[in-house]
Design a binder for this molecule. Structure first.
Ligand code: VLZ
Length: 134
């Protein structure tokens, strides 16, 4: 049985989101607001199809993909840079590579105990987020 990430998850820690946003070129004013946010993730997983909806009081971001199928991602409301994204399983981790202008861009999701973990990468910056079930 594959891991099931489905559920509603609330952010409880957010390490170096600032560095990640700087690497993405997010402007100062937006960063000041964004780093105060406690986003919620709603994940729907159906076989190899995923819908990850990140919501906050400021902005929302919605992503739909299938494992192993490259898709165009617009990052609307984030840095707005288009990239080619590909999500694959690496053992029980969900790994996304976001190929484009920014080097080493991508993210990894995994479960640890009752918690959802997310590592966000861009260039030399790594942001580490932890979520708990709502
Ligand atoms: O998550 O790539 O779960 O897309 C933050 C919204 C969303 C707050 C961050 C506004 C999305 C920020 C992180 C304004 C700059 C992300 C993926 C993995 C799915």
């Amino acid at each position: 049985m594959p891991v099931d990430f489905s559920g509603t998850w609330n952010l409880v820690s957010n390490d170096n989101f600032e560095g990640y946003m700087v690497a993405l070129g997010i402007d100062f004013a937006t960063r000041k607001i964004a780093k105060m946010l406690k986003p919620q993730k709603v994940i729907k997983q159906d076989g190899d199809s995923f819908h990850i909806h990140t919501t906050s009081t400021f902005r929302d971001y919605s992503l739909q993909f299938k494992i192993g199928e490259e898709f165009e991602e617009d990052n609307k409301g984030l840095d707005n840079r288009k990239c080619k994204s590909l999500v694959t399983w690496e053992n029980d981790k969900l790994v996304c590579v976001q190929s484009g202008e920014k080097k080493n861009r991508g993210w990894t999701h995994w479960l640890e105990g009752d918690d959802l973990h997310l590592e966000l990468r861009c260039e030399n910056q790594v942001c580490k987020q932890v979520f708990k079930r709502a």
